[in-house]
Write a protein that binds this ligand. Structure first.
Ligand code: C2E
Ligand code: CA
Ligand code: CA
Length: 644
């Protein structure tokens, strides 16, 4: 804007001819340009403010007008005329007033055109014409005021810049400045719209993430996290308004059979359809959540327990109707446990546990029915609650310990590795085996900190063993389903290995077959990451889950552990023997190390060795033992000796 005003003035001067030759003093010329730029900057700052009250408009107009006039008369002074130019006072004053009025008009228009009015483009163009005309009028009024006495000489002719050069410089500079301004404002506009687009997609991504964190991926129903939040609110509002609600715990009967017979894909379709049907039968303010494989929880506001019963009947009826899925007719039913608030529990945890207990009662009554919670049902619920509380503190209080059970090369050694098995040294109940608290820890999420502790301790111990000379020993650590799916797993493994300076190959992670085969694609991804790190994978309790051969082939596992259920009756049960020999053959084809666990007798040991098992684990060869005992009995060549 400053350059524009200034170039108008100087191009005007170039059109001005005197009978003598003219030149321009460079310093004064530059000064006049600076004045134009400074007053333009001031003007733009002024119209960029939030408000433009009249007083500010007037003072702005005066200052900017003075700037424009100052530019003009400084530019005239660059001629360095001798004797000096004399100005007609009235015209001089008029030119200054015109400059101020034009500036005032321009400021006012510019301020008001910031908003996007209709026809803003035309109005802006009109404003530019008004402003341009005003500056031109000011210029020629100023020129009319100028009088050059006869015999005047232009002092800037010799050292100053000649008019031709000045024209060139002005034209190039002005065009350049305008072009740059244009380019910058276009870029700015682009950047702004890009930023706006990015901001929108960021907001969308955030929304998506929040949604994912609070919903079940399969059925799109709220998950446990969101359910607990809603349950908390329901308790508060029932408290406040003396209201009532029912919490129903629902478990499908016969779902596992469908899964086993037709595969997970059909099982998933069934769950989606069940969720859909239940959703159609509850009100929009009720919450229906999926909290486990085939477990759903309904939180519904009701006036009477009888209303809850009606609702439960409706759900029983709609899930009992056959489903037409994947070209088949499938039938399931539901068992429902109902806990009422107030009455059947004071907080979320207690309500859920009580509804769960009532659900088990419904199952015991023969399924396909509902059952209201009664105090007699939770004889051990309080005990369980107490246990959860104790478990929460167990890690901090150092109550967990690890025992190590050796894995032998068949038939009787040497020892190639050990498996870490956790126990809980409870202050009053004594040593609690993992079967009695791992499921509880899994249900409450406590498995994550517990698992991290186990992992760290097992890694610390294998580092000690390896440094004591057992260089080839591997440490096997059991991972529960929740740990396996936990987002931090890979990082935890990596950090723990680094902390103990362990090679990844010294570690074997045991996950059960059903964990690995549930949501196979996600499992494959996690297993592949672990495999790429160099950690070895063992498929535990093999034979109890539902494995697809296709997936088994793709699993980056290095070991299969035949479930001890098959080993137990090996000598008597020909079916088990057939299964075990089939698993061994399968494992050999897939190049997997085959481990038989739960080996208790010589007969089993011989039989399994003959079938081709690579490794054996069991009470016959070695019980789980403390680290100290292990170091005592394990000789450097991996043979287990009698304790001294
Ligand atoms: P698992 O992974 O199948 O572990 C083998 C279980 O079989 C151990 O029971 C072990 O003591 C027992 N066992 C070993 N040899 C024999 C035998 O000859 N006969 C019989 N009858 N049993 C034998 P434990 O220690 O009670 O562990 C039970 C389950 O708890 C484990 O089954 C595993 O699934 C889980 N578990 C143990 N420690 C952990 C842990 O740190 N984290 C996780 N997530 N789960 C663990
Ligand atoms: Ca295991
Ligand atoms: Ca096992």
């Amino acid at each position: 804007m400053g350059t524009g005003i200034w170039s108008m003035h100087f191009v005007g001067m170039l059109a001005f001819s005197l009978p003598i030759s003219l030149g321009y003093d460079p310093m004064i010329t530059v000064l006049s340009l600076l004045i134009a730029i400074a007053s333009s900057a001031f003007a733009l700052w002024l119209v960029g403010q939030n408000e433009l009250p009249v007083s500010r408009l007037i003072s702005g107009a005066v200052l900017m007008g003075a700037g424009v006039a100052g530019m003009h008369y400084t530019g005239m002074a660059a001629l360095r005329m001798t004797p000096g130019i004399s100005y007609v006072p009235s015209l001089f004053i008029l030119s200054v007033i015109i400059a101020m009025l034009a500036s005032g008009a321009a400021l006012w228009i510019a301020f008001h055109l910031r908003r996007l009015l209709p026809m803003v483009r035309q109005m802006r163009a009109g404003a530019a014409v008004v402003m341009g005309l005003a500056i031109v009028v000011m210029h020629y009024t100023g020129m009319a005021a100028a009088q050059f006495p006869l015999g005047s000489v232009c002092g800037a002719v010799r050292e100053g810049v000649s008019a031709g050069w000045l024209a060139l410089v002005i034209i190039i500079a002005t065009l350049a400045v305008l072009a740059i301004a244009l380019i910058i404002s276009v870029l700015d506009l682009r950047l702004e719209s890009r930023t706006a687009i990015l901001a929108v997609s960021l907001a969308e991504a955030n929304q998506e993430l929040t949604y994912l964190a609070l919903h079940d991926a399969l059925t799109k129903l709220p998950n446990r996290v969101l359910l607990e939040d809603r349950l908390g609110r329901a308790i508060q509002s029932a408290e406040r308004e003396h209201g009532r609600f029912a919490l129903m715990f629902m478990d499908l009967d016969g779902f596992k059979a469908v899964n086993d017979a037709y595969g997970h894909h059909v099982g998933d379709l069934l769950l989606i359809e069940v969720a859909h049907r239940i959703g159609l039968n509850v009100r929009s303010q009720d919450t229906i959540a999926r909290v486990g494989g085939d477990e759903f929880v309904l939180l519904a506001e009701v006036a009477e327990p009888a209303d809850a019963a009606t609702l439960a009947d409706k759900i029983l009826a709609v899930t009992r109707d056959p489903f037409q899925l994947a070209g088949r007719e499938l039938r399931v039913s539901t068992s429902i446990g109902i806990a009422m608030y107030p009455g059947n529990g004071s907080d979320q945890e207690e309500l859920l546990i009580n509804a769960d207990a009532a659900m088990y009662h419904a199952k015991a009554l023969g399924r396909n029915t509902y059952c209201f919670f009664e105090a007699s049902m939770n004889a051990n619920v309080h005990e369980q609650l107490q246990l959860v509380q104790d478990l929460r503190a167990a890690v901090d209080r150092n109550q967990l310990i690890l025992q190590y059970q050796p894995k032998f090369t068949a038939p009787n050694g040497p020892v190639i590795g050990v498996e870490a098995l956790v126990r809980w040294r409870h202050p009053t109940r004594g040593l609690i085996p993992p079967d009695q608290f791992i499921p509880l820890a899994e249900k409450t999420g406590l498995i994550v900190p517990i698992g991290e502790w186990v992992f760290d301790e097992a890694c610390r111990q294998i580092a000690v063993l390896r440094n004591a000379g057992h260089h080839d020993l591997t440490m096997a650590v059991n991972l529960s389903a929740l740990q396996f799916r936990h987002a931090c797993l890979i990082r935890t493994v990596q950090e723990t290995l680094e902390r103990h300076l362990l090679e990844p190959s010294s570690l074997m992670l045991e996950i059960t077959e059903s964990t690995a085969m549930h949501d196979v694609d996600a499992s494959l991804q996690i297993l592949q990451q672990l495999h790429d790190m160099g950690v070895r994978i063992s498929i535990d309790d093999f034979g109890t889950g539902y494995s697809s051969l296709l997936y088994l082939k793709r699993l980056p596992a290095s070991e299969l552990k035949i479930d001890r259920g098959f080993i137990r009756d090996l000598a008597r049960d020909t079916e088990d023997a057939a299964i075990v020999s089939a698993i061994v053959a399968l494992g050999q084809t897939l190049n997997l190390n085959i481990v038989a666990e739960g080996v208790e007798t010589r007969a089993q040991q011989e039989f399994l060795t003959r079938l081709g098992c690579d490794c054996l684990q069991g009470f016959l060869l070695g019980h789980p033992m403390s680290a100290d005992d292990l170091i005592d009995v394990l000789s450097p060549d991996g043979v287990l000796q009698e304790a001294t």
